[in-house]
Design a protein around this ligand. Structure first.
Ligand code: HPA
Ligand code: ZN
Length: 319
């Protein structure tokens, strides 16, 4: 039996399995440039973050209607539940859809259709985190937050993803300030491919409560000390790190050293359809390859609930 856990770093668009991609392509009359599911799987070999993002954005073309987004989220929630996930905070990338003419309302209402039934159907409570694409201009992020205003009751927080290097957190100071003023929680990807300075900047300039990935903090002992002291949760994604070559291989993943340093680590799946596994698959992989003890695995599961925004409604009322 998998340990009960929360999943805190999961891009819903990254749960699009080849079978569903082809089914939606047919339903919507979208032509995919791959002969079949096997041909598509063959291109799932990435050299870095950008090579993955190119395919990730390309396949989103099949997502067009509310029902598409509902089907995508429901398929993820079913898989997550089978892997012991009891609570999921789900990232979505509105700009990747609005830029193709799919309205943010279609995306949010579609996802909400699945999320609203999730506790009853799958035993998984949920939250939605709206991510800004950091390789788009800061003004576009502000416009996206504005467009999301009618749906904010559905959204727990904001995040920052896509191509990291050259797009530092400080670029998004204004939109994070606006999000905070609206009572939204704040997270950001930092230190996946970008330098440790981006992690400190996400904390200092954006006021994030969790850091997504945060892997490269290990290059800066003073930063590690700070993250430990301030109990900043890191949402690690080991299989993603291997596939995107952020680490040499799983045996070289710094997770054991990070836990030994006292960092509040969690293990998540990031884009499971692309990286070879869901939440429990990631935990099993690190257990088997890195020899993590049962106590360490329990610590990771406990951390996932500690780091979750489960208190969000109370926090919001208190503001
Ligand atoms: N990193 C940055 N952006 C992303 C990722 C990731 O791993 N997955 C989807 N968007
Ligand atoms: Zn991610």
């Amino acid at each position: 039996m998998p340990l009960p856990k929360a999943e805190l770093h999961l891009h819903i668009e990254g749960t699009l399995e080849p079978e569903l991609a082809f089914a939606l392509a047919e339903r919507n009359g979208v032509e995919l440039p791959y002969a079949d599911e096997d041909a598509l799987r063959e291109v799932y070999s990435f050299s870095d973050l950008q090579s993955f993002l190119d395919l990730y954005y390309e396949l989103m073309a099949v997502l067009r209607t509310e029902q598409d987004f509902a089907d995508l989220a429901d398929a993820y929630l079913a898989r997550a539940a089978a892997q012991g996930v009891r609570h999921a905070e789900i990232f979505f990338d509105p700009q990747a859809h609005t830029s193709r003419g799919v309205g943010i309302g279609t995306v949010v209402e579609g996802l909400a259709r699945a999320l609203d039934r999730s506790e009853e159907r799958h035993g998984v409570s949920t939250g939605l985190i709206l991510c800004f694409l950091r390789d788009e201009p800061a003004e576009s992020a502000l416009e996206t937050l504005e467009a999301a205003r009618p749906y904010l009751h559905r959204i727990v927080g904001v995040g920052l993803d896509s191509a990291e290097v050259g797009n530092p957190p400080a670029k998004f100071r204004a939109v994070y300030e606006a999000a905070a003023a609206l009572g939204l929680r704040r997270v950001a990807h930092a230190g996946e491919e970008g330098p440790p300075e981006y992690i400190a900047e996400a904390l200092d300039v954006l006021g994030v409560e969790r850091v997504d990935h945060g892997l490269r903090c290990m290059e800066d002992p003073a930063l590690v000390e700070r993250l430990v002291r301030e109990r900043v949760p890191l949402t690690l994604c080991p299989l993603s790190n291997v596939r995107l070559r952020a680490v040499e291989d799983l045996a070289h993943h710094p997770l054991p050293a990070m836990l030994d340093a006292g960092l509040l680590c969690t293990v998540n799946s990031d884009d499971p359809a692309y990286f070879g596994g869901y939440a429990e698959d990631n935990l099993r992989a690190v257990r088997d390859t890195l020899g993590l003890s049962r106590e360490r695995l329990r610590e990771l599961a406990r951390n996932s609930f500690l780091a979750a925004f489960l208190d969000h409604d109370e926090e919001r009322r208190a503001r």
